[in-house]
Design a protein around this ligand. Structure first.
Ligand code: ADE
Length: 229
């Protein structure tokens, strides 16, 4: 799989790419690229944004700037995409990111993440150059960079070989194996800490009962904190 992040702040991703689980994914075949949209701007003096038509505060990233960066990276007209290539624009008002979207994106061969800044992208980026507009939550960040890292991180965890233990991603929160519910609680040593004991069932060695208890705990958490639509 190849993931390319398009940003005006490429240096943000140096730290991300240095993390062990990301490096493991790269060693396992992931290609992670970072593209500086300012480097290919067709405008003078590195300009990438402009004032909004109709007036209002802030600046808007121009569609021709994003087009030029995509064209340079993929050597084709960005309106003619491979069906397996998802181009995700990060924006606070987009579709809420979740585990099933992470799985969907992890199944593609090519993923492009477009990081907005200022007031975001000209709407023609969202509706013509992107296949998806995605938000990591109902709050406004300074730009799409942290959101792109969140998406990357969740997608990378789904790739074979990214986790030390292959089962870790199967039965985790919101996975199909848990029916979309949050994960059950985990305990390790010491068996007692300041009067609080590990649930006895986990010490019983009875794997069938432990599995049933975990499913019940997961369902209980789901009832306590149902995902919002
Ligand atoms: N850009 C600014 N805020 C964002 C959010 N919540 N999700 C994705 N991209 C964003």
């Amino acid at each position: 799989m190849r993931i390319d992040v398009f940003t005006l702040f490429p240096q943000w991703f140096g730290w991300f790419g240095d993390q062990r689980h990301v490096q493991n994914a790269v060693a396992g075949g992931l290609e992670l690229g970072v593209v500086d949209m300012r480097a290919t701007t067709p405008l003078r003096a590195g300009q990438v944004d402009d004032t909004p038509y109709g007036g209002g505060a802030g600046m808007v990233i121009r569609v021709d700037v994003v087009e030029a960066a995509l064209r340079e990276r993929y050597a084709r007209d960005p309106l003619e995409r491979d069906p397996d290539h998802r181009v995700v624009a990060l924006a606070a008002g987009g579709r809420q990111f979740d585990d099933s979207l992470a799985s969907e994106l992890a199944a593609t061969s090519e993923l492009t993440l477009l990081c907005g800044r200022y007031e975001g992208f000209d709407e023609r980026v969202n509706d013509s150059l992107a296949t998806d507009v995605v938000s990591i939550g109902p709050y406004v960040l300074a730009g799409g960079e942290l959101a792109a890292m969140v998406v990357c991180d969740a997608v990378i965890r789904k790739l074979p070989g990214a986790l030390g233990h292959a089962d870790s991603a199967v039965e985790e929160s919101f996975s199909e194996a848990l029916g979309g519910a949050p994960e059950y609680p985990h305990y390790t040593r010491p068996v007692e800490w300041r009067g609080r004991r590990v649930p006895e069932i986990l010490l019983s060695g009875d794997h069938a009962r432990i599995a049933a208890w975990r499913r019940a705990q997961s369902a209980e958490r789901d009832r306590a904190h149902p995902p919002r639509d």
